[in-house]
Design a protein around this ligand. Structure first.
Ligand code: BES
Ligand code: ZN
Length: 638
């Protein structure tokens, strides 16, 4: 069988795939054929020039005992190359049990090979396709350590009574739980039949029945075509509470009320975003509050954003995260980066929209604080990165894990670039340009080259002498920030700078500093701006006066523990360790590990804490922390 198959393979390799399938009737959400200039995705093995997935039908059983998902996926393909004899899919650590191929009328067993595993990309699955075949069904099972799944014991959940499972597919982890064409250039609708223990509820990035009977047998349908990185599933003891007509909360029972209060402005955010950027095309917008080990702040899974509980601060101070994930309903989910090298088209656009929404809902002062903090983080990140390409909006991530490209650069440099364009062309024109971009490319993937083309056509050419092509090139490709960057300022932060200076000059009692009425973002900025040479006495004064070690705001706590680690402030080590062991959100813990890893004493402690905390972290977070500890050890701390 294998020999016949390799003959098939080489036949496929020799045939140029230029022929296109006959035109077909376009449905409402029809996906355009690949543009002739579709870039090669360096993070996928899929032969998307020959076949494009149009629909996926999942049928999976969730086995908490074995920690596996097991079942079948059926892929409905569009054949672009009538002569293609092989379908290549992405997989990572999947056990492939059998493969059938055929068409809507019948499927029959077919030959397949699973390539050796690449540490970043996983294993290509090569399937022999009979002539005219445009459907495959694959029976498979996941591995317990699948990179896109986190299986939690009851003790690791908020309510500690039931196990929990959730997926995280972005950037290239969908392939660790579904064999598919794992590239953001392919969009598919999906259906899913999910079986779970009867007392648990399954939810997906799809239509969720609000009145689902809790019986362990659930059906989902996603009518809009989405890229693979947005396929998502969570299973746990979940309850639902509506917030507005289109918005609601899924969470473990004890977390629902608090979350619904914290995020009660979501409906309003949705309405404002629509008014500026065009219709919300996804039906409902619900939030799923995950256990604290979730490695991200949020994940924009369509119709159902996944959220860390660490943003529920009790005072809505961290709700810009919801604005951000909601904004992805336009930038990212609707108009999608074609490869992970174009990531700023997802995240920079989304951050720009986030700041716009925050300004609309909470006013310019609050938005200015958010922008200034983002810019501050960008400067820190630029100082830390050593590859020039990673400081630009056009990195080359080929050969690297796309998760490595997730830094402040695409987010904040991207947003500063768009804010710069807005300042040049005026808000009304720039908003209209963005709206046009979303409308023209709805349900498509886009590249930076396309953005440049349209920016030139719609704005630069119509208003010559406003921005030069050289300026645009600098924004995109120069590792240095352009000289005419408009760095955001906030008056609220001028007050903080003054108080910090007073503190550093010796005024270290609470009464001596004018901090009354500060927002949590002002406190964050207060800590972020501390110099590198704080003394133990100053650290002690800070904690005594302001109780940072006991902060109920996880972001402020994370900034404080970073200082604790940097200055070896041992009295707060126990609190820091608790922080590192109860939170899995990488942005809140990796910087603390990074500080610890910078010195020989620190790295010992970091290694011990990590050893003890590891099993509670998501595989993606485990990778990130192991990387930081290895870098620390390499640079002489170990
Ligand atoms: N899509 C991202 C999270 C992500 C990026 C996951 C790349 C995997 C690979 C999400 O929208 C995001 O940006 N989350 C941020 C939130 C923030 C900037 C408000 C996070 O998790 O910190
Ligand atoms: Zn994002």
């Amino acid at each position: 069988m294998f020999r016949t198959f390799s003959v098939l393979m080489s036949a496929w390799l020799c045939i140029a795939c230029t022929a296109l399938s006959p035109p077909h009737r376009l449905s409402t959400f029809d996906v355009a054929p690949p543009p002739p200039h579709a870039p090669v995705d360096p993070h996928s093995y899929a032969n998307t020039q020959a076949f494009r997935t149009r629909h996926l039908a999942l049928d999976l059983r969730v086995d908490f005992e074995q920690r596996v998902l097991e079942g079948t996926v059926e892929l409905h393909l569009q054949r672009l190359d009538p002569t293609a004899q092989t379908l290549v899919l992405d997989t990572r650590d999947l056990q492939i049990r059998s493969v059938e191929a055929g068409d809507a009328s019948a499927l029959a067993p077919t030959a397949f090979v699973l390539d050796p595993r690449d540490p970043i990309l996983g294993s290509a699955l090569r399937i022999a396709m009979p002539a005219h075949a445009d459907r495959v069904r694959i029976a498979y099972a996941t591995q317990p350590q699948a990179s896109g799944l986190q299986w939690l014991d009851p003790e690791q959940t908020t309510d500690k009574r039931h196990p929990f499972l959730y997926t995280q597919s972005q950037a290239i982890h969908a392939r660790s739980w579904i064999p598919l064409q794992d590239t953001p250039q392919i969009r598919a609708t999906y259906t899913a039949h999910i079986r779970t223990p009867p007392q648990l509820l399954a939810v997906m990035s799809a239509e969720n029945a609000l009145d689902a009977v809790r019986n362990g047998d659930y059906h989902f349908h996603m009518p809009q075509p989405i890229p693979s990185y947005l396929i998502a599933l969570a299973v746990g003891d979940l309850r639902f509470k509506p917030m507005g007509p289109r918005t609601g909360i899924y969470a473990e029972p004890s977390a629902v009320e608090r979350a619904a209060r914290e995020f009660e402005d979501t409906e309003q955010m949705l309405a404002r975003c629509e008014a500026i950027f065009g219709p919300y095309r996804w039906g409902r917008y619900d939030l799923l509050i995950l256990p604290a080990s979730f490695p991200y702040g949020g994940m924009e899974n369509p119709r159902l954003t996944f959220v860390t509980p660490t943003v529920i601060a009790g005072d809505k101070s961290l709700v810009s995260l919801v604005a951000h994930e909601l904004a992805h309903s336009w930038s990212g989910n609707l108009v999608t980066n074609a490869t992970w090298n174009d990531f700023w088209l997802n995240e920079g656009f989304t951050n720009h929209l986030t700041y716009r929404i925050m300004e609309e809902i909470y006013g310019p002062d609050r938005a200015a604080q958010e922008r200034a903090l983002g810019a501050h983080e960008l400067r820190e990140t630029l100082a830390r990165l050593d590859r020039d390409g990673d400081k630009t909006l056009t990195p080359d991530l080929a050969g690297r894990d796309p998760d490595d490209g997730v830094t402040d650069v695409p987010y904040e440099r991207g947003a500063l670039f768009l804010a710069y364009l807005e300042s040049k062309f005026g808000r009304p024109r720039f908003d209209a340009f963005l709206r046009g971009w979303f409308d023209r490319h709805a349900f498509q993937s886009v590249t930076t080259a396309q953005f440049l083309e349209e920016l030139t056509r719609e704005l630069l050419d119509k208003s010559p002498d406003t921005v030069t092509p050289a300026q645009i090139q600098a924004w995109l490709h120069d590792p240095h920030m352009p000289a005419d960057t408009v760095w955001p300022q906030s008056d609220a932060f001028a007050t903080v700078d003054a108080a910090r200076a007073a503190f550093l000059a010796g005024a270290n009692e609470r009464q001596q500093l004018d901090t009354a009425g500060w927002s949590p973002r002002q406190w964050q900025y207060f800590l972020d701006g501390m110099p590198d040479d704080l003394t133990a006495a100053q650290m002690k004064a800070l904690d005594r006066a302001f109780g940072f070690s006991r902060s109920g705001n996880a972001v402020i706590a994370a900034r404080w523990f970073r200082l604790v680690a940097r200055h070896h402030y041992t009295p707060a080590y126990a609190a820091m360790e608790r922080h590192l062991k109860t939170i899995g959100r990488m942005r809140l813990i990796v910087p603390v590990y990074r500080e610890l890893a910078a010195t020989p004493q620190g790295i010992k402690l970091a290694q011990r804490i990590y050893r003890e905390a590891r099993s509670g972290y998501h595989p993606i977070a485990q990778n990130a922390i192991e990387q930081v500890l290895a870098d620390g050890a390499k640079s002489g701390s170990g």
